[in-house]
Design a protein around this ligand. Structure first.
Ligand code: HEC
Ligand code: HEC
Length: 291
């Protein structure tokens, strides 16, 4: 806030308060006790009675409270108030208090290996709340995933499902890149590759195309998806044989992945969450497909 606007607010506020006070004091006694003010409207006359004592005191009380508030808390332009209270400061105090309160618990959980931690219901209750605040918007509150966002409950992993791999995924993030093949393969090769994927995942398929696709697959796709299409966690390349799809089983989605490629990102959370929270989340995700 510039000095000008700060002064503007201070002057407006103080002048308004003083004006209010003046009106109040100027009207606290009647000038014509028992008579009327002379105002008549539709035959109704206005008596000139003094303000009721209780009302006057209440009003004065609120004004004193208001003035005191503006001295103590920020409200007058840039003046911070003598208590130096800020919303950010108050938030930080609350966070610090909560952290102090939960520190022993976090320390205890941090010392428990993931493979045991996921069986402790109190720890998982805490983890579920952290998941709800940080992960559910993409993976769903039940961690069941959505189009392009992996299901974390099915024990089918793009990047590996042991504790270390899950922790790395959450902490450092992952980027899954699938090349676009539209410009490299001709139409028949694309159709063949799709038919072959339908075959190895147990869907209905055109056998003749699939036979052609097998060759395409071993030339172009095997490097990442593995010799039999079982996937490769080094690249986050999905298993294409299990009929579990990141983007849906329909031909239209398989075709889209093959022709225009895919570029998908799990954001790194080490910049957002403490080590202890990531440890709890690792155990939570680890347990989702094991509990
Ligand atoms: C902005 C969306 C987004 C948020 C937020 C997010 N994720 Fe993800 N996550 C993804 C995407 C997208 C992928 C898939 C990456 C890929 O395709 O390689 C993924 C992948 C993963 C994987 C790997 C799954 C596998 O099969 O290997 C795990 C584990 C995971 N996320 C856990 C979490 C946890 C825990 C949180 C909360 C701290 C979280 N994610 C927050 C989008 C998100
Ligand atoms: C450079 C490595 C790489 C190569 C080569 C590659 N892929 Fe992929 N593919 C990936 C990755 C990584 C993903 C996951 C993308 C994501 O995380 O969204 C993927 C995803 C897919 C999907 C979507 C799977 C799903 O669950 O929805 C299909 C289908 C697919 N690839 C088919 C192919 C075919 C067919 C070829 C060969 C023509 C091929 N891929 C070659 C890395 C590769």
């Amino acid at each position: 806030m510039s000095n000008f606007w700060s002064a503007w607010i201070i002057i407006l506020t103080v002048v308004t308060l003083l004006l209010n006070l003046w009106i109040l004091l100027a009207n606290r006694k009647s000038t014509n006790a028992g008579g009327t003010t002379g105002h008549i409207h539709d035959g109704i006359e206005e008596y000139d009675n003094p303000l009721p004592q209780w009302w006057l005191i209440l009003f004065l009380g609120t004004m004193i409270f208001g003035a005191g508030y503006l001295v103590a808390f920020p409200g007058l332009g840039k003046f911070p108030g003598i208590l130096n209270w800020t919303t950010v400061g108050s938030y930080e105090t609350q966070i610090a208090k909560a952290e102090e309160q939960y520190a022993p618990l976090y320390a205890q959980y941090a010392a428990t290996p993931v493979e045991q931690l996921y069986r402790i219901p109190e720890a998982m209750k805490m983890a579920q709340r952290i998941f709800g605040n940080n992960c559910a918007q993409c993976h769903g509150s039940d961690a069941g995933g959505a189009f392009g966002f992996p299901n974390l409950t099915d024990d089918d992993w793009l990047w590996g499902g042991d504790a270390h791999q899950i922790r790395t995924t959450i902490s450092q993030g992952r980027t899954g890149v699938m090349t676009a093949w539209g410009g490299i393969l001709n139409t028949e090769q694309v159709d063949g590759a799709i038919a072959y994927l339908q075959q190895i995942s147990g869907q209905n398929h055109d056998q003749q195309l699939a036979d052609l696709g097998e060759g395409v697959f071993s030339t172009y796709c095997m490097v990442c998806h593995g010799a039999t299409g079982e996937g490769n966690i080094l690249f986050g390349a999905p298993n294409l044989t299990d009929d579990i799809w990141l983007y849906g089983p329909d031909e239209v989605w398989i075709r889209q992945a093959v022709v225009v490629g895919r570029n998908n990102q799990m954001p790194a959370h080490n910049v957002l969450l403490s080590e202890d929270k990531i440890h709890l989340l690792t155990a939570y995700v680890y347990g989702l497909s094991r509990n």
